[in-house]
Ligand binder design. Sequence first.
Ligand code: FES
Length: 175
Amino acid sequence: MTTASSAGHSRRDFLFVATGAAAAVGAAATVWPLVSQMNPDATTIAAGAPIEVDISPIAEGQDIKVFWRGKPIYIMNRTKKQIEEAQKVNVSDLRDPQPDSARVKEGHDNWLVVIGICTHLGCIPIAHEGNYDGFFCPCHGSQYDSSGRIRQGPAPLNLPVPPYAFISDSKIKIG
Ligand code: FES
């Protein structure tokens, strides 16, 4: 399971949000702001209840990881550069062709929400790593771009987008 313990994150702000508890793990230099969530208890969440996440503390270029139905969900506030990179890709060249617009919500292009489970054999990719400004899976080297689309390595499919909706500009509901 991915934590911020990898050296690759030591220079980044990185938020880690577990359901109901924030864990501070990792390099001393890493900042771990607490992101509040108004959610059901852990048992209810594990049974599949939707969760609401306040995304207002996530600065541009940062991401957080929350858990929904026991799965890690990355919520990334993409930079302009990341958005442009994701949009300019020739979709027909992709292994799992999907335009960026099909993977984000209209009017919220900066927000990428994906299930953080590698579609190869299920490891958890690391955000902001790899050659495509997206995610890198340390298990066998799959690389996903800033839209979570598979670009390199053995994984066959893009990182899935979970069901979610914007409740407001600063809050999303997953599930
Ligand atoms: S599990 Fe991610 S590349 Fe194999």
